[in-house]
Design a protein around this ligand. Structure first.
Ligand code: HMG
Length: 390
């Protein structure tokens, strides 16, 4: 097993123009807002404007990475998403003119529900282990959409996280051990003809917990750390209460007592951003990492656990240690700004955006000008998506 130091050198996050407050949703659905605030642990959710999609938020997440680090030796761009815009063309290719991606990089789109971002990170690690001079840009970008008035509706959200993966990383060094668990299960899926996901909510919660336990068992069997060694646990967060639930389940399955205060201490800081952004599918776990790094006391040298789950399903338990000096490389202010500057969305406009269909007649369709973010989908014409920088 190769052990050259490699991992996350830089990490940047972007979200959409709008946010819907869960108080608005609770009132319209006639439910107690505490079901959302306390029951699932969500306050707001990011909602894409009419001229936003995963390409525009991916570009906004990746641009600051290229501005700071340049493009030299970026030989691979992996964009993970389950809300892609084309069945054939990789979404990452639309980023070339928007943010100046190098032409001397392979660009590929990855899909396995919310697990895709972790696949990207691990594939990047493999490429860098083969040639440590190369760097890989991994982008996880998603817009989570469920049916209106369904139990999944309050767990929608949207975000993109871009990570520069390299040797000698400045933020997080990946450890070589990793535990895996894959199984064919219909807990959440989206047939090609649908824009909103299908989900069996209760089955998905149980499947997530079982997969976490199995991936942990595999991680330990392969020589990974003990549960007691980790300073924090970054879970995939379809809603923030899921991280607490899964951690309690994992502790109990290993014969530990699940003390709520102890669980809170290792989970709380990973949830601040997700609580207001909502489920960002592939990006969610890494948004949890950004939240932890931005909000926790000094984590230098501390081991962190990562639990990635993608319905369908694939889970991975892996770990990393926080690099000395990591704080100088964080983007805390920009991350907070991305969240705080979202425009409040009223319910009627939310429903309108939710129900809007992509034109399919091949004619020229200008997109309403809504987003205040740096990139927008300007039009769809001749079945082609036309993006612009602001
Ligand atoms: P539901 O069935 O409407 O909610 O939706 P519930 O009745 O189970 O209530 C939720 C919690 O709120 C419960 O707490 C209630 O007690 C509590 P729990 O028993 O879980 O601890 N509650 C209240 N608390 C305080 N005050 C109140 C109150 N009322 C109720 N007044 C469900 C829940 C998860 C089914 C729904 O949100 C859903 O379908 N979500 C979508 C699926 C999902 O997120 N699954 C998670 C695991 S799968 C996954 O993570 C993968 C995924 O990201 C997709 C991918 O991989 O691409 C989804």
């Amino acid at each position: 097993m190769t052990t050259i130091p490699l991992g996350i050198h830089d990490l940047s996050f972007a979200t959409t123009h709008y946010a819907l407050d869960h108080a608005v949703l609770a009132e319209r659905l006639g439910v107690d807002p505490d079901k959302f605030y306390l029951g699932i642990g969500q306050d707001k959710m990011s909602v894409a404007a009419a001229d936003e999609d995963i390409v525009t938020i991916a570009a906004a997440a990746a641009q600051p990475i290229l501005e700071r680090n340049g493009v030299d030796n970026i030989r691979t761009v992996l964009l993970a998403t389950e809300s892609g815009v084309d069945q054939s063309k990789a979404a990452g290719l639309y980023l070339h003119p928007l943010i100046g991606l190098p032409n001397t990089a392979r660009v590929v789109e990855l899909k396995q529900a919310c697990y895709g971002g972790t696949a990207g990170l691990q594939f990047a690690a493999g490429l860098i282990a083969r040639d440590p001079s190369q760097r890989v840009l991994v982008i996880a970008a998603d817009i989570a959409k469920y049916e209106l008035d369904s139990p999944g509706e309050p767990t929608q959200g949207a975000a993109a996280v871009a990570m520069l993966v390299s040797a000698d990383p400045a933020i997080l060094r990946l450890e070589p051990h990793s535990g895996l668990y894959s199984a064919d299960i219909m807990d959440f899926w989206r047939p090609n003809y649908r824009t909103a996901a299908m989900v069996d909510g209760k089955t998905s919660v149980n499947a997530y917990q079982k997969a976490t336990q199995e991936a942990w068992t595999d991680y330990r069997r392969r020589g990974g750390r003990d549960l007691t060694e980790f300073a924090a646990f970054c879970y995939h967060q379809p809603f923030t209460k899921m991280a607490y639930k899964a951690h309690r389940h994992l502790l109990e399955s290993q014969g530990h007592t699940a003390d709520p205060a102890e669980i809170d201490a290792v989970i709380r800081h990973t949830t601040s951003y997700n609580r207001t952004v909502g489920n960002s599918y592939t990006a969610s776990l890494y948004l949890g990492l950004a939240s932890l790094l931005d909000n926790a006391d000094d984590l230098t040298g501390k081991p962190l656990a990562f639990i990635s789950y993608g319905s369908g399903s694939v889970a991975e338990f892996f770990s990393g240690t926080v690099e000395p000096g990591y704080r100088e490389h964080l983007r805390t202010e920009a991350n907070r700004q991305a969240i705080e500057t979202r425009a409040p969305l009223d319910y009627d406009h939310y429903r309108e955006l939710h129900e809007a269909q992509s034109p399919s007649d091949g004619m020229y369709h200008a997109t309403p000008e809504e987003t205040g973010r740096p990139f927008r989908l300007a039009a769809i014409s001749g079945h082609k998506r036309i993006y612009e920088s602001r």
